[in-house]
Every structure is written in structure tokens, then in C-alpha cells.
Design a protein around this ligand. Structure first.
Ligand SMILES: NC(=O)C1=CN([C@@H]2O[C@H](COP(=O)(O)OP(=O)(O)OC[C@H]3O[C@@H](n4cnc5c(N)ncnc54)[C@H](OP(=O)(O)O)[C@@H]3O)[C@@H](O)[C@H]2O)[C@@H](O)CC1
Ligand SMILES: Nc1ncnc2c1ncn2[C@@H]1O[C@H](COP(=O)(O)OP(=O)(O)O)[C@@H](O)[C@H]1O
Ligand SMILES: [K+]
Length: 495
């Protein structure tokens, strides 16, 4: 159920279901019934105002209105637009409602809650005029709003606000989520999202072939392995994290600790000579290795037992550090490049992409928006999933475009959108921990996309577990709690 459908793909799902013999009005009846159930749960008593638009989103609203009335609720229906233009399945729903329908107008009538059935998947331009005034009045009322499909004004494809948008406490969507439910700012405007089965068979997905998913265990659990009786530490992979100089060592240790906790059998911090003492005084289970420069790092990474490496956290931006990244790119290990290891390429991003294209082992790039703009200056506008997808194809690497709505994109076009990360993760060093978790998973042999998506998910879950007041140091123990909860004797517990 993790597939995400664009509004166009959803329309195809709808058509395929109808071609397969499910009448459109039956889909609409189920959709409206799910909305009515959500209203009953959220607004159990008092008058309900149902705001219907001119399309099928409004049709769902008419069904919900009829069901609520049948359940004994007082319902007022407002229609935005000309009743004569209501057509198709929405017309059937309108006729079945059969009650009074008032032209949408202000001020809004008194009510205990509102159903927003103005615009859904068919929103194709900014909301203006009377519709915009109604949206403003709904938001100003502070009444609980249950949105049909998406809050009106939110683009289902991108989560962007088109002109203005309703702020809902809950949204009821159908068959599969849309990207706009997970991408900011849409995600906050949706409130709690419920997914309703309206009778579209899952088999229609075979013809649609979705390439976007909500990030969740089903995407990567199969590529995670718990250690078995035959395991020893070298079978769980050996990760190397490159430390910065004397004054910048903490970030690498955060990443190294996270890599070990994520399950790498061994983790070594590769330290420049001047930082050896400070690293040594802080490391216990994580090992320490002296790294004198690019040749020394290259030799370390060519030891056949080393399976993954991370560079970037606290690395530094001098030419010397650039040669370390070159050495890592030339080594036969999976790589996570983060922070400075990305910024180092800002004047010649193509040279990085060429180096990645020339290697076999997977590479994960973990930029935040600022770092992303340095590597992909032409990809700074537009929907985040499309930007990440284009970047991954260009770089031949898995790209983790970080933020509140982190997007993970594979070079082959797969995209996952993450929504389990609390804002408490916006704290110094949190990104270093993410890079470390991804390195730990890569070290154990997970493919790039799966390792990255799993890392982002565990990072978010650890952030939730650590909760308010967390610092980056708290994520490692919280990661352990999350892992303990998920690994059952039979393997990873699926939702
Ligand atoms: N597909 C499915 O499987 C199922 C879909 N279902 C439901 O159908 C919904 C999609 O219905 P939809 O395609 O009729 O579009 P919808 O969102 O009602 O809006 C289109 C209307 O709005 C208008 N309009 C657009 N933008 C505007 C603006 N800015 N300002 C003003 N007007 C604007 C546009 O008018 P026009 O462009 O002609 O002026 C058009 O009339 C979907 O979200 C879900 O709830 C369910 O029943 C279950 C099965
Ligand atoms: N508002 C937010 N909600 C959820 N996660 C966030 C938010 N802000 C940042 N994060 C996450 O926190 C991490 C911050 O990483 P980064 O920007 O590299 O910071 P740092 O370099 O300080 O570690 C990323 O994984 C990002 O997705
Ligand atoms: K809506």
C-alpha cells in the first residue's frame, strides 16, 4: 500500500476500475461513505457544513452529506458554481442528495465542523475570487475541517499551495496516497490522512507501474539481514568513516557510532595524524586507524574486508580533503558522500558524476537543499521528487534530498518520500548520524536505494523515539530501541 499515485495515475486507476466493471458512482459512494465516517469520528455532534465544488470532489461531498443526514445529522450543503454544470457521477450524487443546496456564499453558516469537497485531483490553477474568500473564511473559523482527497488548494502531485489552501484536521483519500499528502507544505495542511478502500482492485497498479512510494519497511525490509548463527563480525561488513582534522572530529564519530549501531560488524574512524589523540580519547567499540593522506586512505579501503566508507561529516573543504574523496571514489567500496564531500565538488559537479559513473559499488549522496543547489544548480525549482529523480539519474547515485520531507531517489527512477521524521531532528549533527546509518547498511551489503531509504526511515524513527530535546548524541541509543522493537526472531516485523 506504499505506492504513491499522481493525480493522472489516479484517474487511470479510476478508468481501469470502471472498465473492469466497477461503476464510477459505486467508487464515489464508497468515497463519500468514508468521508462521512471520518466526520462522525472527528465531529460527532452538531451541524455539518459540506462545501461542494463543481467536479467529482464535490460529488464525494454530496454522498457524504446524504449519509450524514441519514445518520440523523443536521447538514447544510453549499455548492460553488452553477448547479446546472454538475455532471457525470457527481450529478448522480447531487440528485441522490436531493436536499437543499445553497450557492456558496459568505459569511459561512454556523456549524460544528466542515467537509471540504471543493477541489481535489482536478485542481489545475490557483484558487482565486470567491473560492479564495471561502477558503480564508474556513481557515479563520478554526472549525475542524475534514478534507475530501486533499485539502482544497493543495496540489496532490506536489504538495504545493495553489493560490491558497484549506487547513484540515483530517483528509480522507482513496485507493493510494498522492505525493502531496507527504510533501511539505501539503503534509501539514492535510492533518491526519486516512486511506479508504473504494473498490479499485490493486491489480490496476500493474498497468500503471508507479515509480514513487511512501518510505516504509516494505521497500527495504527484504534486503536487511539479521545476523545468524554462522555470522561473525567480518560477515556483517566493515565500515570506514573519515575524520576531519583536530577541531572537526565529532561529526565523523557520530557517523561511525551510528554505522556500528546500524549493524556493521566493524567500524573504523580513519583519522588524520593530528586528530588521532582526540579521536582515541573518545572511541571504544569503534576502532581507530591512522590515515596520512589519499594513498593511506586508498590502502585502507582496498583491504578486501572493508565494504563501505563515509566521507563528508566534518571533513573540511581544502584541496587536501578533496584528494581524500578522490581516493575513496577510486576504491572498490560502497560510499556515502555527505556535507563537505559534496560541497568540495561545487565548481565541477560533472567530475564527481563521472567518477561515480566509472565505479561499480553504490554511492549515496546525502545533500540538504543548500548542498543540493551546489551540485545541481539547475534543479533548484520544481517538485522535490522530480528534482531528486533527475539528480540521481545524472549522478548515477542514490540521492537523499534532506529536509522535513526527505526524498530518496535512485538512478533508475524509483523515488521514496519520507514522512516519519520529527522536526526535533533539525539539530546540529543529525545529518551526520543519518550518513552513518546509511553507511552501516551499505556495509552489510544492502543496495544503495534500499540502504538510503532504510537509513532515512530509521533516522526518523530514532528521532521520534528520542523526542523533544534530542541532540544528535541521543539518536544512537534511540536507534537501538527502534531496532530492538523491529527485529523479531522471524526477522524484521512488517507493519
Ligand atoms: N479518480 C477516482 O478514482 C475517483 C475520484 N474521486 C473524486 O474525484 C475527485 C476528482 O474529481 P475531478 O477530476 O472532477 O476534479 P475536482 O477536484 O472535483 O475539481 C475539478 C473541478 O474544479 C474546477 N476547478 C479546478 N481548479 C479550479 C480553481 N482553481 N478554481 C475554480 N475552479 C477550479 C474545474 O472546473 P473548470 O476547469 O471546468 O472551470 C472542475 O470542474 C477526486 O479528488 C476525488 O475526490 C472519487 O469520487 C473516487 C474515485
Ligand atoms: N523540520 C524537520 N523535520 C524533520 N526532519 C528534519 C527537519 N529539519 C531537518 N531534518 C533532518 O535532520 C537532518 C539534518 O541534516 P543536516 O542538514 O545535514 O544537518 P547537520 O549537518 O547539522 O547534521 C536531515 O536528515 C534532515 O532531513
Ligand atoms: K478537497
Amino acid at each position: 500500500m506504499l505506492e504513491l499515485l499522481t493525480t493522472a495515475q489516479m484517474a487511470t486507476a479510476d478508468h481501469l476500475a470502471i472498465e473492469g466493471g466497477v461503476p464510477g458512482i459505486r467508487l464515489m459512494e464508497k468515497a463519500g461513505a468514508a468521508v462521512a465516517r471520518a466526520v462522525t469520528a472527528r465531529v460527532p455532534e452538531g451541524r455539518v457544513l459540506v462545501l461542494c465544488g463543481p467536479g467529482n470532489n464535490g460529488g464525494d461531498g454530496f454522498v457524504a452529506a446524504r449519509r450524514l443526514r441519514a445518520a440523523g445529522r443536521e447538514v447544510i450543503v453549499h455548492l460553488l458554481g452553477d448547479p446546472a454544470r454538475v455532471s457525470g457521477d457527481a450529478r448522480i450524487a447531487f440528485d441522490r442528495w436531493g436536499g437543499p443546496t445553497h450557492p456558496a456564499d459568505l459569511p459561512l453558516p454556523e456549524a460544528a465542523g466542515i467537509v471540504d469537497a471543493l477541489f481535489g485531483a482536478g485542481l489545475d490553477r490557483p484558487i482565486e475570487g470567491l473560492a479564495a474568500k471561502i477558503v480564508a473564511a474556513v481557515n479563520a473559523s478554526r472549525l475542524p475541517v475534514i478534507a475530501v482527497d486533499v485539502p482544497s488548494g493543495v496540489s496532490g502531485n506536489t504538495g504545493e499551495v495553489m493560490g491558497t489552501a484549506i487547513e484540515a484536521v483530517a483528509s480522507v483519500t482513496f485507493f493510494r496516497l498522492k505525493p502531496g499528502h507527504l510533501l511539505c507544505p501539503g503534509r501539514e495542511l492535510c492533518g491526519e490522512v486516512t486511506l479508504a478502500d473504494i473498490g479499485i482492485p490493486a491489480s490496476v497498479l500493474d498497468a500503471i507501474g508507479p515509480r514513487s512510494w511512501r518510505n516504509g519497511r516494505a521497500l527495504w525490509a527484504e534486503s536487511m539481514r539479521a545476523p545468524g548463527a554462522g555470522s561473525h563480525k567480518y560477515r556483517r561488513g566493515h565500515a570506514v568513516v573519515v575524520s576531519g582534522g583536530l577541531a572537526r572530529t565529532g561529526a565523523a564519530r557520530l557517523a561511525a557510532g551510528a554505522a556500528l549501531r546500524a549493524g556493521a560488524g566493524l567500524v573504523t574512524v580513519a583519522s588524520p595524524p593530528d586528530a588521532l589523540v582526540v579521536n582515541a580519547s573518545h572511541l571504544t567499540a569503534v576502532m581507530l586507524g591512522r590515515m596520512d593522506g589519499p594513498e593511506s586512505l586508498g590502502a585502507m579501503l582496498s583491504d578486501g574486508r572493508v565494504t563501505a566508507a563515509a566521507l563528508g561529516p566534518g571533513l573540511g573543504l581544502s584541496a587536501a580533503e578533496g584528494t581524500l574523496v578522490d581516493a575513496a571514489l577510486a576504491a572498490p567500496v560502497a560510499l556515502v558522500l555527505d556535507a563537505d564531500a559534496l560541497t568540495l565538488w561545487q565548481d565541477a559537479p560533472d567530475a564527481l558524476f563521472d567518477a561515480i559513473a566509472a565505479r561499480e559499488a553504490p554511492v549515496i549522496l546525502t545533500p540538504h537543499e543548500g548542498e543540493f543547489a551546489r551540485l545541481f544548480p539547475d534543479l533548484t525549482t520544481g517538485p522535490k521528487p522530480e528534482r531528486a529523480r533527475a539528480a540521481a539519474a545524472r549522478a548515477a547515485a542514490t540521492v537523499v534530498l534532506k529536509g522535513a520531507d526527505t526524498v530518496i531517489a535512485a538512478p533508475d527512477g524509483r523515488v521514496a518520500i519520507n514522512d516519519n521524521a520529527p522536526a526535533w531532528l533539525a539539530t546540529a549533527g543529525s545529518g551526520d548520524v543519518l550518513a552513518g546509518i546509511a553507511t552501516g547498511f551499505l556495509a552489510q551489503g544492502m543496495p544503495g536505494f534500499e540502504a538510503a531509504a532504510a537509513a532515512v526511515w530509521f533516522h526518523g524513527a530514532a528521532g521520534t523515539e528520542a523526542g523533544p530535546g534530542l541532540t544528535a548524541e541521543d539518536l544512537e541509543p534511540a536507534l537501538r530501541t527502534v531496532l530492538r522493537r523491529l527485529w523479531a526472531p522471524a526477522g524484521l516485523v512488517l507493519p
